[in-house]
Design a protein around this ligand. Structure first.
Ligand code: UTP
Length: 252
């Protein structure tokens, strides 16, 4: 039998949610209901089902309702720890706020965006399996995007291993379609070697003046293998009214 250290998960959920104002003035987008559960609970459940034994949620002092929600469920609350981002300097900066909570970690950390739900097969468990099959390598979840949306995402280049897995050779944050290396976008799920925290600590602001997680993954790629997994499920962005409606339809 093969033994491995249980995985830690990290959910960044401290963003302002400006694309979903005015409701996000009082209700964080991560707390919007999908059926009878807030979206973030489905994400916590995905992480636990993939083998995570602990989940660090990065939130902000304005979004304490998220902690209040989980405190009401002793079973889930026991497996959640909290970190805070007090200035919204981007996704990479949010992930960095969990560095202390995950100090000493030697296994890849599963990062799940708090506003991204995947319908169909959940990608996290398959990503963990791909990582183990490659000696604990980092893995990013990928989806194909139409040409007109390429400039909104981190886009990868890589060498295919099979129909769904590729070994990354490069990634570019928000390229113009004519400069993009492929139509494969990083999509809401990451399993990242803990070196990512050191890299984020020295990361200079990138696109939009924010600390971009993609920029640090690009530097991680220069030193360690990173694989991509084009997962079969569909990613839904609950961070805007249209995406939220589509999420509800997909999960109905
Ligand atoms: P988004 O890119 O959707 O950013 O974040 P946002 O700031 O939340 O939303 P808008 O653009 O203002 O509408 C993707 C995920 O990363 C988190 C968000 O909470 C979301 O789960 N995030 C983003 C942070 O935790 N901190 C940040 O500074 C930015």
């Amino acid at each position: 039998m093969l033994y491995y250290t249980p995985m830690k998960a990290l959910i960044p959920a401290a963003g302002h949610g400006t694309r979903f104002l005015p409701v996000t003035r009082v209700v964080p987008k991560e707390m919007l209901p999908v059926g009878s559960k807030p979206a973030i609970q489905l994400i916590v459940e995905e992480a636990l089902a993939a083998g995570a034994d602990e989940v660090v949620i990065v939130t902000s002092p304005e979004k304490e309702i998220i902690k209040g929600y989980f405190d009401g469920d002793p079973d889930l609350a026991a497996r959640i720890r909290w970190a805070y981002q007090t200035e919204q300097k981007g996704l990479g900066h949010a992930v960095l706020q969990a560095a202390d909570a995950l100090a000493g970690e030697t296994e890849p950390v599963l990062v799940l965006l708090g506003d991204a739900l995947v319908s169909g097969e959940a990608p996290s468990a398959a990503m963990a399996a791909i990582s183990r099959a490659h000696g604990g390598a980092s893995v990013v979840g990928l989806e194909r995007v139409p040409r007109e949306r390429i400039s909104r995402y981190g886009i990868v280049a890589g060498t295919p291993e099979d129909d769904r897995v590729l070994k990354l050779t490069d990634l570019v944050e928000k390229p113009q379609p004519e400069n993009a290396p492929s139509d494969l976008a990083i999509a809401g799920r990451y399993l990242l070697h803990p070196d990512i925290f050191t890299l984020l600590a020295s990361q200079t602001p990138g696109h939009g003046g924010e600390i971009q997680l993609t920029d640090s993954i690009r530097r991680l790629l220069a030193a360690r293998p990173v694989y991509g997994y084009r997962y079969p499920g569909r990613r839904h962005d609950i961070g805007n009214p249209q995406g939220y409606l589509e999420t509800l339809q997909a999960f109905a």
